[in-house]
Design a protein around this ligand. Structure first.
Ligand code: SF4
Length: 157
């Protein structure tokens, strides 16, 4: 679902190296793929010090990413793995909790899931949401491209 700039793979585009056993170029995969860890893998989304397996992306339907530095401070991105998953269950609870403090970019996939078109919405403190919306739409580009531009972290969109 996440774009890989080394492969010119866009958001929610299937990777051409994906094969039945997983990554077909695992030993030589790009740096973006080597270094990426979602928030569940990092253990950041554990509840009460225990690993809640219902928060795994394949369980809750959403994968969470984190950018420590951006024009809008710390920013979380919630990537739907399953269509509509960000609107319910644990995923929605997490998003709502994060949005009380941080800008959260909710990436929604189309009805085709991981291979469908992606879109996004912004949630968070109203001043941050308005500021981010202004920046994105003032650039007049596609839905997801401006997100890469405003982030100062590693480019993996
Ligand atoms: S890990 Fe492999 S299959 Fe996955 S995006 Fe990277 S190159 Fe493609």
């Amino acid at each position: 679902m996440i774009g890989v700039h080394e492969l010119e793979k866009g958001t929610y585009e299937a990777c051409r190296h994906l094969c039945e056993s997983g990554c077909g170029i695992y030993a030589d995969r790009p740096t973006s793929c080597r270094t990426f860890e979602c928030q569940w893998l990092r253990g950041v989304l554990e509840f009460d010090g225990t690993i809640d397996t219902s928060l795994r992306p394949d369980s809750c339907g959403v994968m969470f990413d984190y950018q420590p530095e951006s024009a809008f401070g710390e920013v979380f991105t919630a990537w739907e793995v399953e269509p509509g998953a960000s609107a319910g269950g644990h995923a929605r609870d997490i998003i709502e909790g994060l949005a009380e403090t941080f800008l959260v970019i909710v990436m929604t996939c189309g009805p085709e899931g991981g291979n469908g078109d992606g879109d996004y919405r912004l949630v968070g403190p109203p001043p941050l949401v308005m500021q981010a919306s202004d920046v994105m739409w003032s650039r007049g580009r596609g839905a997801t491209q401006p997100l890469r531009d405003i982030m100062s972290g590693p480019a993996r969109w």
